[in-house]
Design a protein around this ligand. Structure first.
Ligand SMILES: [Zn+2]
Ligand SMILES: [Zn+2]
Length: 318
């Protein structure tokens, strides 16, 4: 199937049912991307491993820090207000504790430079063995979409089960507790984790898919960048308009024993989202298509009981 996809020229992709505008963008660009890629290949001729590291570590890493840089401004200053008003856990990280943040950043940087980077260097020969990540011909847009869907599926399965395993009391105490120090997470906390967790639960679930498929570097770069941006969104603590809902994983950080997966499919199958489905957070777990914060349009019910937890058991009182 892959061979077939590689053979079909970018002009033939309109035979497939794809989102029209994206397809047109890709088709209209003709051989633009192909030319850019060939230029890169000739620049890194005989040093393809450098190109591989740039595509798998540097580009996704820059995407991560560019996005998180913006979020950190909001977290530390509470400004601009049009973003901070979308906060999920009201009263938390307003502003973020600077000491806690300063203590967490080194772990994030350690995981990126001392775990992810060497891991990608080790994975390079494996990718070469599975296919040719730096193949001259770019995959078609259609094939790229098929791959994205498969990578997402593999990530959901591997992340869900490895994450659930990390909640086993022994493993939790030794490994996963670190990631859960943040009950109200922020973007950078997405990769604030014990090194073992970073390998097993963060890196492997996103690398196994591309490795199994023997994917092209272009697909791997886009996928890893997307995965980092999406995990940042799910930890950022703001339910922003027109972006995927972070309510699911935010609830996991709040309650610990609910919502282990990424998509929620396996949580639904295993019933590990039953409590979540009874909350306001679940009602808010939608793609926000307007500018009214969901905490305003779907507010918590008025205070009924004076428990240490909030009215819905969701938001602890200040
Ligand atoms: Zn998390
Ligand atoms: Zn967890």
């Amino acid at each position: 199937m892959k061979e077939l996809a590689f053979q079909s020229s970018p002009r033939n992709i309109n035979i497939f049912f794809l989102p029209r505008h994206l397809q047109r963008f890709w088709g209209a660009s003709g051989y633009f991307w192909q030319t850019q890629w060939e230029r890169l290949l000739s620049t890194f001729e005989s040093n393809e491993w450098i190109l591989f590291i740039i595509g798998t570590a540097l580009v996704p890493g820059l995407c991560f820090w560019a996005f998180n840089g913006l979020l950190l401004v909001v977290d530390t200053t509470g400004k601009p207000n049009f973003i901070s008003r979308y906060r999920i856990q009201l009263g938390k990280n307003e502003p973020v504790d600077p000491v806690k943040l300063r203590q967490s950043i080194p772990t994030v940087l350690f995981n990126q430079t001392m775990i992810s980077l060497p891991m990608l260097v080790i994975f390079y020969p494996l990718f070469k063995w599975r296919g040719d990540p730096c193949c001259r011909e770019l995959p078609t847009f259609h094939w790229f979409l098929v791959e994205l869907a498969l990578f997402t599926l593999v990530e959901e399965i591997l992340f869900y089960y490895s994450h659930r395993l990390l909640h086993h009391p022994t493993l939790y105490k030794k490994i996963h507790k670190k990631h859960h120090e943040w009950t109200a997470p922020i973007g950078v906390i997405s990769i604030y984790a014990h090194p073992t967790e970073h390998v097993v639960s963060n890196m492997l679930p996103v690398l196994v898919g591309p490795l199994a498929m023997g994917s092209h570097l272009s697909s791997i770069t886009v996928w890893l960048s997307l995965a980092l941006i999406i995990t940042t969104i799910s930890h950022c603590g703001y339910h922003l308009p027109f972006l995927p809902s972070p309510e699911f994983h935010d609830y996991h950080h709040l309650k610990f024993n609910q919502c282990y997966g990424v998509l929620g499919v396996l949580d639904h199958l295993h019933g590990t989202d039953i409590m979540f489905k009874q909350t306001k957070a679940y009602e808010r777990h939608v793609l926000l298509l307007g500018f009214t914060p969901l905490s305003e349009s779907i507010p918590d019910p008025p205070k009924k009981m004076e428990s240490p937890l909030g009215p819905s058991g969701l938001f602890p009182h200040k």
